[in-house]
Design a protein around this ligand. Structure first.
Ligand code: AGP
Length: 624
């Protein structure tokens, strides 16, 4: 998620904007920029890759960028590598309009084609510059009418804050599916992507809604609907300090990020599913000619990313039948190193060759794209000629750059050490990829899966609303010393993730088992009152899961069952039941993981743990 701020006032805009951007640095970014309308009416832009300090040095803390209206941006790259050129703001080819943007324009390629046919050229790889040229192309001297006309042609999610050449006293904004607020200050008025940027200037805000267009001047903030009818907005008084504003009022970044998952999943999938449910996976080059020869797929990762790989295994094997092997990156890299046995020089037969070769597809999953073990495994498999595809959240990270193909999740920066929105975004990409491969290999498309995937964001939203139920369970078990998580099939990686969430932030000894494994040893650990959380969403495995639950119940366990709405028989089997909405059986991890994230979070809160920065852990493990 990018950081956005705009100012219109009596003072010079750039210093205000740079201060506001500084308040947004916590969101994570790879470049920053500022643009103003100078006293002569011309647009002036300064932007650069790297930290905000680079921009401060370039502009003498904004003093060199003269003008009383302006816009600023910290960029978290989604389209186009981090660079000076791709940094925002973007100015139109004829210099009539400049803007900053947060979100994703799904149809920017079609719009870019129309503009190119009308003589427009582009400097950057961004979808944002396309909007700048759209504003330029349709500009009729009335900014509000121009904005209205252009946004009717945009598809996707966007917050746009815009300045126009010759208009030295106003800025404009509009939002759709991404946040934007207006701030009413003493020395001028603001718009910003979140409250943290404004709390030090004002407590009086307008919470802007989708398709509301604003015109902001030093004197007032006018808000219009999509038909340019003036709207009366209520003032929302904010009494947060800066620190709590960065968390948008949530007590911890982890809870904020749990609640950001609907947006993260929506941003990750929306531009990758076409109008007729075709799968558009950016520019990856997995075609039939390559895939038909793939003998095996390896999926590598660490921690939560590894668990996503386990879920992806079930999805890919079910969708196209290619054998998938999932391994911990830290283990895998030693299976194919230099110590492989040499051929007997007297042997007359042909060498079988390495099990990793050009017909091996290796998928690497990593939020940070900088995990040392995963990087090492990537470099190892490339030595053997494997084709590599990575699923990464940080644009331009090492794993992304060194893989043959990369599919970016669009979760925005994940601040909390415990991964949540990156995990559900990775799962979404993995399920799309499984469907993409199946269709490339000639299997009929599972359009019901894609229809169900499109509903997931709103279903996660619903689960976020019922977190107090899980909070009560977490409080009830706040003294538990151990916990067991059980699952079968695609519920097993969810159990693994649930155990990791609990152990990494609550420091409870939590273990996950494939439920069928219980009778092979672990059941000896079950005592009176032992907490067991059973994930039972797979219809064909449900009865077996109920038997496993009865096995542990008969030994004194207290069982929380996560299952699908309608499976009311669970209420006889377990002590507590948490229902998730019905979805496609492959997609259930996207929903069943939510209560487990919440359980881990509220358990950590109940135990007074440092939720966002748990002991001994780092957000990105860049050492082996
Ligand atoms: C997940 O909550 C943990 N923070 C950790 O297991 C993490 O998933 C793992 O270190 C992998 O990190 P990556 O996705 O950045 O490669």
């Amino acid at each position: 998620m990018c950081g956005i701020i705009g100012y219109a006032g009596k003072n010079q805009a750039a210093p205000f904007i740079l201060d506001g951007l500084a308040r947004l640095e916590y969101r994570g970014y790879d470049s920053a920029g500022v643009a103003v309308v100078g006293p002569d009416g011309n647009l002036k832009i300064e932007k650069s890759k790297g930290r905000l300090q680079v921009l401060r040095n370039k502009t003498e803390d904004g003093k060199l960028v003269k003008g009383c209206v302006g816009i600023g941006h910290t960029r978290w790259a989604t389209h186009g590598e981090p660079s000076d050129i791709n940094a925002h703001p973007h100015i139109s080819m004829n210099g009539k309009a400049a803007l900053v943007h947060n979100g994703i324009i799904e149809n920017y390629i079609d719009l870019k084609k129309i503009l190119s046919e009308n003589g427009y050229t582009f400097k950057s790889d961004t979808d944002t510059e396309v909007v700048a040229n759209m504003l330029d192309f349709y500009y009729n001297g009335n900014p509000l009418e121009t904005i209205r006309k252009v946004i009717k042609m945009l598809r996707g999610s966007y917050t746009l804050v815009i300045i126009f050449e010759g208009i030295t006293d106003k800025i404009y904004s509009v939002r759709k599916n991404t946040p934007l607020i207006a701030g009413l200050g003493e020395t001028g008025n603001f718009v910003a992507s979140d409250i943290a940027a404004l709390v030090s200037h004002t407590q009086n805000m307008y919470l802007l809604e989708d398709d509301e267009i604003t015109e902001v001047s030093a004197e007032k903030v006018s808000v219009y609907d999509i038909d340019l009818n003036l709207i009366k907005k209520e003032i929302f008084k904010v009494d947060w300090d800066v620190k709590s504003a960065e968390k948008e009022g949530y007590d911890h970044f982890m809870l904020k990020e749990i609640h950001e998952q609907p947006r993260a999943v929506r941003d990750t999938i929306s531009s990758r599913i076409g109008e007729s449910n075709e799968i558009i996976l950016d520019n990856i080059n997995l075609d039939y000619e390559y895939l038909k020869n793939v003998e095996r797929i390896y999926i590598l990762g660490c921690g939560s990313a590894y668990y996503v790989g386990v879920a992806a295994k079930y999805a890919i094997e079910k969708s196209c039948g290619i054998p998938v092997e999932v391994d911990l990156a830290s283990e895998f890299r030693y299976r194919f190193g230099e110590n492989t046995r040499k051929m007997n020089p007297n042997f007359k037969g042909a060498s079988r060759g390495s099990r990793i070769n050009k017909n091996t597809l290796v998928i690497l999953i990593s939020q940070s794209g900088e995990t040392a073990d995963t990087i090492a495994a990537l470099r190892e498999v490339k030595k053997h000629g494997a084709r590599t595809l990575s699923i990464v959240n940080v644009v331009g990270s090492t794993i992304a750059r060194e893989s043959d193909d990369v599919i970016y999740t669009r979760a925005g920066q994940e601040v909390a050490v415990a991964s949540t929105k990156a995990l559900t975004s990775q799962l979404s990409v993995a399920f799309l990829l499984a469907e993409y491969i199946a269709r490339k290999l000639g299997f009929a498309g599972d359009f019901a899966l894609i229809d169900a995937l499109k509903k997931i964001p709103e279903q996660i939203e619903e689960l976020n609303k019922s977190e107090n139920k899980i909070e009560s369970y977490a409080k009830e078990f706040k003294s538990a010393k151990v916990a067991f998580f059980l699952g079968r099939g695609i519920d097993y990686p969810v159990a693994l993730e649930g155990a990791l969430k609990l152990k990494e932030i609550s420091y409870v000894h939590a273990e996950a088992y494939a439920a069928g494994e219980l009778k092979h040893g672990p059941i000896s650990l079950i005592e009176d009152g032992t907490l067991v959380i059973a994930v039972a969403t797979q219809d064909d495995l449900y009865e077996k899961m109920i038997s496993n639950i009865q096995e542990v119940k008969s030994r004194g366990a207290r069982v929380l069952i996560i299952t699908n709405e309608g499976n009311t028989s669970a209420e006889e089997a377990g002590d507590m039941v948490y229902y998730i909405p019905k979805t496609h059986e492959i997609l259930t991890p996207l929903l069943s993981v939510i209560p487990l994230q919440q359980f881990g979070y509220y358990s950590a809160v109940a135990r007074g743990c440092d939720v966002d920065k748990p002991r001994n852990l780092a957000k990105s493990v860049v050492v082996e």
